[in-house]
Design a protein around this ligand. Structure first.
Ligand SMILES: [Ca+2]
Length: 374
């Protein structure tokens, strides 16, 4: 038997197979890309990421004690005048913790999309429902305060604060994407956010600012002369003047933050605590400068989870009124907390909300505790 003729024959018959195979592969690839680009939910722009932070990394957020273990994604927290802590959880409850540490399931809202909350001077709780708008939760039940603005449905209400005149200032993160696809707004990197005002005397809602880059946390300055609104994927917060000669004008409050600002809270000393989302996993920064990558990621939800860094770390910063970062606290490996969305200072402790923790974190602010002991 001579194997050579067979080998030659095989080689002859396999030759046309290679170009045919490559053509099929190429057609499949083109069809795949066409499918992804044509049906893509996003129309992306490139996103400039902030420079690396000069603040050293620490493990401060790994020192938290866990309050109310079993809570489902307590995104935001607030306190009433008596020092009772409130949080809205993903299962629709507004829950509260009394000073003695006991928890109560206070009100069932039947909403799985609650985000920012605040307590009014009347003692009602105002909640942002990212599907319904602005809710008032009080002794008399639950009322939708604002569901439309300029004839359009309010989508993705994110955070709210009450001014001393009773006005409610609140953010709309995105008029295009919903809570469950929030990361698409980040990778699309086009501004769809708004800052709104609800006037209780007229029950009217108006638009103060548009074209914000995922409008997120809102906070009032200590004198209530300006409002700060966070733009998550621009890594900055804006100052919107409410009083004085600059009333109605906007300027940058802080930029190049080492993460995307989520909720912002006024601290007792007049500075602000801001929770920073780690929007990109280490090594995947290139995704934000490649439109093709963005389309591919938008087509595969599992890839979104891989690129998004919020489930891997946590970070909060304390920012002075001049926009300088005073302190930064991290959980760099996400050992105890990830996806921290809120940091609220109350009686020398920082209370931390998260969209990926089943508790509220409580961190002692050692410098303040030792000062009050002096
Ligand atoms: Ca938020």
């Amino acid at each position: 038997m001579d194997p050579k003729p067979n080998t030659v024959a095989n080689a002859r018959t396999s030759k046309p197979f290679i170009p045919a195979f490559l053509s099929v592969l190429l057609v499949c690839l083109v069809a795949f890309m066409f499918q992804i680009l044509f049906f893509s939910p996003i129309s992306p722009r490139n996103l400039e990421l902030p420079p690396l932070s000069s603040f050293p990394t620490n493990n401060q957020l790994q020192r938290v004690t866990k309050l109310g273990e079993g809570l489902k994604d307590p995104e935001d927290i607030c306190f009433d005048k008596e020092g009772t802590l409130y949080t809205a959880t993903r299962d629709g409850w507004i829950k509260r913790m009394y000073r003695n540490g006991s928890w109560e399931d206070w009100k069932m809202t039947n909403s799985q999309t609650l985000l920012g909350i605040t307590i009014t001077k009347e003692g009602d709780l105002i909640a942002c429902d990212s599907e319904e708008g602005l809710l008032k939760v009080g002794k008399d039940g639950i009322v939708v305060l604002a569901s439309h603005v300029n004839g359009s449905k309010i989508r993705f209400a994110d955070d709210v604060i009450e001014a001393s005149d009773g006005s409610l200032y609140f953010s709309v993160a995105s008029t295009k994407f919903d809570l469950h696809s929030w990361y698409l707004d980040v990778i699309e990197a086009k501004p769809h956010g708004q800052l709104l005002k609800y006037d209780p005397s007229s029950s009217e809602t108006s638009i103060l600012l548009e074209d914000l880059a995922f409008a997120n946390g809102v906070a009032l300055s200590r004198d209530q002369d300006y409002l700060v609104v966070c733009e998550t994927w621009k890594f900055r917060c804006l100052k919107y003047w409410l009083k004085g000669e600059d009333k109605g004008k906007t300027e940058i409050f802080v930029e190049n933050l080492p993460g995307g600002p989520d909720n912002i809270k006024l601290a007792p000393d007049g500075s602000f605590w801001i929770a920073l989302l780690q929007l990109t996993s280490d090594g995947l920064e290139f995704v934000h400068s490649s439109k093709v990558s963005k389309h591919i990621i938008a087509a595969f939800p599992k890839l979104i989870k891989r690129v998004n860094g919020v489930f891997r770390k946590a970070m909060v910063v304390n920012v002075a009124t001049d926009g300088k970062i005073i302190k930064k606290f991290d959980d760099p490996e996400g050992k105890v907390m990830t996806f921290v969305t809120s940091a609220l200072e109350f009686e020398d402790h920082l209370y931390l909300g998260s969209l990926n923790s089943n508790f509220v974190g409580k961190l002692p602010l050692e410098d303040k505790i030792s000062k009050s002991a002096e």
